[in-house]
Ligand binder design. Sequence first.
Ligand SMILES: Nc1ncnc2c1ncn2[C@@H]1O[C@H](COP(=O)(O)OP(=O)(O)OP(=O)(O)O)[C@@H](O)[C@H]1O
Ligand SMILES: [Mg+2]
Length: 302
Amino acid sequence: MSEIESPQKGAETAQPRQTTTGESDEQLRAEWTDYDFDGEAKLAVEDLDVHYGDEHALKGVSMDIPERSVTALIGPSGCGKSTYLRCLNRMNDRINSARVDGSVQLDENELYQEGVDLVELRKRVGMVFQSPNPFPKSIRENISYGPRKHGTIDTGLLARLFGRSDEESEERLVERSLRQAALWDEVKDRLDDNALGLSGGQQQRLCIARALATDPEVLLMDEPASALDPIATSKIEELIHELSREYTVVIVTHNMQQAERISDQTAVFLTGGRLAEYGRTEQIFADPQSQRVDDYISGKFG
Ligand SMILES: Nc1ncnc2c1ncn2[C@@H]1O[C@H](COP(=O)(O)OP(=O)(O)OP(=O)(O)O)[C@@H](O)[C@H]1O
Ligand SMILES: [Mg+2]
């Protein structure tokens, strides 16, 4: 934590120098990441450190994420946004070289302890990636795959033999999820077509629908619109806004205007894997407290 210091007399007047990346070497202050909000924290992250082998990718990050809202994560490439996002559903467990220290709580339950059911966790905390990755199966099967795996719907041979098949609930679930992801009208007549035949924007909404089908509470999105055209992007943005009424959405974006448009609060990470500033989105963009954050959002580096 050596880089984060408490306010000192005269610190305001010290002129930060430029580093080689174009960022200044201004020291960070713990109070720049203090964010008071009304309501409950869905996720509470405390002193999170991530190493990949010898590389220290995330350093001492603490931030609470309010429920039913949109939290944007921004910052220059390589600053640890995806790393942070993956910690929220223990996706970094899949990376051999990754070591995670610190605490992440979901509804006050520690995720980093023995005995946590990772399948159940990833059902509660769903994820949508940068490039759409539908399964090479029908649109319908893309949606029903998760709920089948989790045993929420059973349309298997035995269920059918004994007349207990959940085909109707499957149909309802497929329709509900596709409607939630604002895709239903475009695909309702081709549910049995291969999902890979959809456009990029449609595939991404299908992936969102697939994530919603298992009834998650939190939706993590890593640059979900970066590969899409402006129209598809605005559909995804509207959708995120709608979803935040019911879900806790955490989204990484490189698009500053997008963060400003869709999020309630914004976290700015800086090179070196530190959280520099976290607060209400209007405040971060209109009146950032850190010079480095100001430089970043006004496009001076990154
Ligand atoms: N699987 C991995 N193995 C080794 N190092 C990794 C791995 N994933 C990320 N890193 C390193 O950790 C640091 C943070 O990476 P991360 O992908 O979290 O950044 P990011 O902010 O998401 O960047 P971008 O905006 O380019 O997606 C980088 O230095 C990166 O090289
Ligand atoms: Mg990333």
